[in-house]
Design a protein around this ligand. Structure first.
Ligand SMILES: Cc1cc2nc3c(=O)[nH]c(=O)nc-3n(C[C@H](O)[C@H](O)[C@H](O)COP(=O)(O)O)c2cc1C
Length: 175
């Protein structure tokens, strides 16, 4: 296991007043971070700027969630989701994330912006469970098929249990 994947087993719980902001170019390379992201993630501004957002990724997060995220924002729609991130020191921190297309003054898409806040604590076990199930689903497929298989499983899962098939719609319904 490489050093950037170490996990401490400790959870950092965001305060309700903390808002994490970042922005990327159209490829997902970080172009702006606010101070709260550096405080929570433990990375400096210099380490974050120019890096891919996957630097924040927790190894236990299913790949298909980011696939759904990218499918959504590339279609120039807004994404809401629960995300478990990994801080530099190996702590994990749960956020509710809003990711949206960002437009230049001439209305051309020039990247994406995200705002992350403390989620409702009581909703975290449900998402931890869904993501554990998604990891098991993905593990049954060759790497190239994992993201689509996970996305389809999630759509079916939500359809069976909720009034929604869309992840963002379901997340918004519980806020
Ligand atoms: C604006 C924006 C914010 C993002 N924020 C996060 C984040 O907080 N944590 C994360 O793991 N991925 C985030 N991503 C998704 C990453 O770009 C990436 O798809 C994900 O970490 C999975 O890594 P991989 O694509 O290398 O497998 C964000 C993407 C965008 C466009």
């Amino acid at each position: 296991m490489s050093m950037d994947r170490i996990l401490s087993g400790n959870e950092y719980v965001l305060r309700p007043t903390q808002t994490i902001q970042s922005r990327t170019d159209v490829r997902g390379v970080i172009t702006f971070v606010n101070r709260t992201l550096t405080e929570v993630s433990g990375y400096t501004r210099e380490e974050l700027l120019g890096a891919p957002h996957a630097l924040l990724r927790h190894p236990q997060m299913p790949r298909s969630i980011y696939y759904v995220l990218w499918e959504t924002i590339k279609a120039e729609r807004e994404f809401y989701g629960y995300v478990n991130n990994r801080a530099k020191n190996g702590d994990n921190y749960w956020v509710i994330t809003y990711v949206a297309p960002h437009y230049a003054p001439d209305k051309v898409l020039d990247g994406f912006s995200s705002v992350r806040r403390a989620p409702l604590r009581e909703r975290i076990p449900e998402w931890a469970d869904i993501y554990a199930q998604l990891n098991r689903v993905e593990a049954n497929y060759p790497r190239k098929e994992q993201c689509e298989a996970g996305r389809d499983w999630l759509g079916n899962y939500l359809h069976k249990r909720t009034r929604y098939t869309d992840l963002t719609q379901y997340v918004l319904s519980g806020l």
